[in-house]
Design a protein around this ligand. Structure first.
Ligand code: IMP
Ligand code: MG
Length: 174
């Protein structure tokens, strides 16, 4: 498979416009001194754009990173999630904004949200670039969604297939 096999779903300008609108919605949602936590690795490009869009929307954030792996190889999420690299911050009493690339089965973000709530976060909201709502196996929805995503394997804008294609400035599907 090569880049020419990819259908562009969301181009660079469309993503940039949408991220700024999302940032305005997040800024208007009343979060207090939020801690933005990108769930690595796929979210890093989205999170980098989102935090600067939040700044333009007038909301200051702190940022810390959580790296998770959902078990089972390949492209399908499996039942268990493991912390590969934890945040440094104490989240007790904090408003947390979890940021991820794709809400798919929901296992990863349900795990992350529960973990932070267990550690005493005051409120955990979820921002995702893409929502594959048909694929959900866990009852969870995001508070802020960039785009509804078809049930196809997507790459680009941080999202990989076997560590490749993260650098594409658009989101596309094979
Ligand atoms: P969930 O736990 O099933 O919701 O898994 C979400 C994670 O699976 C995302 O953060 C991605 O890392 C990965 N994922 C889901 N769909 C895709 C895809 O189409 N391309 C690449 N990664 C994906
Ligand atoms: Mg991910």
């Amino acid at each position: 498979m090569t880049e020419s096999d990819i259908d562009i779903l969301f181009d660079e300008a469309t993503i940039a416009d949408r991220v700024q609108i999302l940032a305005k919605e997040i800024a208007a949602s009343g979060l207090e001194n939020p801690l933005l936590i990108p769930v690595l690795t796929g979210s890093f490009v989205f999170a980098a754009d989102l935090m600067r869009a939040l700044h333009r929307a007038g909301l200051a954030v702190e940022v810390d990173f959580l790296r998770l792996a959902s078990y089972g190889a390949g492209t399908e999420s499996k039942g268990s999630v493991k912390v590969l690299c934890d945040i440094d911050q104490d989240v007790t009493g904090r408003d947390v904004l979890l940021v991820d690339d794709i809400l798919d089965t929901g296992l990863t973000l349900a795990f992350a949200r529960d973990l932070l709530l267990k550690r005493g976060a005051r409120h955990v909201s979820l921002a995702v670039l893409l929502d594959k709502s048909e694929r959900r196996t866990v009852k969870i929805s995001a508070d802020f969604v960039g785009f509804a995503c078809p049930d196809r394997f997507v790459v680009g804008y941080g999202i990989d297939k076997g560590y490749a294609y993260r650098e594409l400035p658009y989101v596309g599907a094979f």
